[in-house]
Design a protein around this ligand. Structure first.
Ligand code: CA
Length: 377
């Protein structure tokens, strides 16, 4: 089997109403989907996280190197692309583009052997995953304490066992919102907070101390990813577990975070940190260091499917036992017109639990009509 073509699809969809996290407003959702074609007619799908026009440009530039290559040789492809661009692209859009290609090759590999990708990675260790609801963003109008509490209670009613609140809007306001959400969901449901690195260590520690009493599951990206000593200070000051890593890349990037134990929970994005090939390696490194791994997930159904294939082979957080603590799926609940439409059978949850797709490859089928409908023109 040979690779005969690699295409980068840039997709976009307008939102019915904008929403904000700590650093920006969104009024559009974009996605970059990678399609790899082979001489046997098998096609694989992948997705890259990150700025779609830039990751698409990298995929297009890299494609000629891979025409004629064996799509099953995922290690060869990964090392070839990484080595050729090492001097210029150890992180960021280059590795994001490579992630999309790698995922598409695992889709082909699974289809070729007639099994889900997780089987080829030695799984499944689990066939379903507990999901937490990512939402609780800001809206243009209304009292946030009111609408955030209402939204959070809705997730609990749907059966989610944990929710994640966006913070980074000012320490006092964040603490007020966290209290409102905790009150709305009750003491039994998990509550995590995510600042998207809007704070420095001083502000992050101040917020952490104010919300520690609310039993916070983790404090995600309290400080910018480059701020090594800031991470150390926040981690030393707070009893709340510290999470992060959606802006880090490859085993080489995660090595320092793990060696210095700057995080309690690493969150590589499968569509950014290097694809399924690389994220399995990062997961094994995290296990060696005794650091929990919960993937960052922010994309279409293809990204969710790839993340679920990886989740199926992640080690449990605590060692195998009668009641091990298992990794969770980040399940984006914000408006994303492309996310569900792109798959013939969208990935849904039932009472906060999502099944790992068990069809060949990623286990999903892409709707070409939706692909055409959302194509950026
Ligand atoms: Ca995040």
């Amino acid at each position: 089997m040979k690779i005969t073509g690699i295409r980068a699809h840039i997709l976009s969809a307008a939102l019915s109403q904008p929403f904000a996290y700590s650093r920006a407003w969104y009024d559009t959702r974009m996605a970059m989907v990678v399609e790899v074609e082979t001489d046997t007619g098998l096609v694989g799908w992948g997705e890259s996280y990150g700025p779609a026009p830039m990751t698409a440009a990298v995929v297009q530039a890299v494609a000629p190197w891979l025409i004629g290559a064996d799509p099953l040789a995922t290690e060869w492809v990964w090392q070839e692309v990484y080595a050729r661009l090492r001097d210029h692209g150890q992180k960021g859009v280059v590795v994001e583009a490579l992630s999309g290609i790698d995922i598409a090759l695992w889709d082909i590999k699974g289809k070729h052997f007639g099994v889900p990708a997780c089987r080829l990675m030695g799984g499944p260790l689990r066939t379903e995953v507990r999901a937490y609801a990512t939402g609780l963003y800001r809206r243009r109008a209304g009292d946030p304490a009111g609408y955030l509490a209402g939204e959070a209670a809705g997730y609990v009613a749907e059966g989610f066992g944990a929710v994640k609140l966006k913070v980074g809007f000012g320490v006092e306001q964040d603490a007020r919102m966290a209290r409102a959400v905790r009150q709305a969901i009750g003491p039994e449901v998990g509550l995590m907070v995510d600042a998207n690195h809007a704070y420095d260590a001083v502000a992050a520690i101040r917020l952490g101390r104010m919300i520690e009493e609310l039993d916070i599951g983790w404090f995600e990206e309290p400080v910018p990813p480059e701020d090594v000593s800031g991470h150390r200070a926040v981690k030393a000051a707070l009893a709340i577990p510290i999470a992060g890593g959606e802006c880090e890349f490859t085993r080489f990037g995660f090595r320092a975070l793990l060696e210095q134990r700057l995080l309690d929970i690493v969150q590589p994005d499968t569509c950014a940190a290097g694809g399924l090939s690389e994220c399995k390696k990062i997961a094994d490194m995290a296990a060696a260091y005794g650091v929990r791994y919960n993937p960052h997930v922010w994309g279409t159904g293809i990204a969710i499917a790839a993340s679920l294939q990886l989740l199926a082979v992640l080690p449990s957080h605590t060692p195998p036992s009668l009641a091990p603590l298992e990794p969770m799926l980040e399940f984006d609940r914000t408006e994303h017109p492309i996310r569900q439409a792109l798959l013939m059978r969208p990935i849904e949850h039932a009472a906060g639990v999502v099944r790992v797709p068990d069809g060949p490859g990623l286990g999903v089928e892409v709707d070409r009509a939706a692909l055409a409908r959302f194509a950026e023109r």
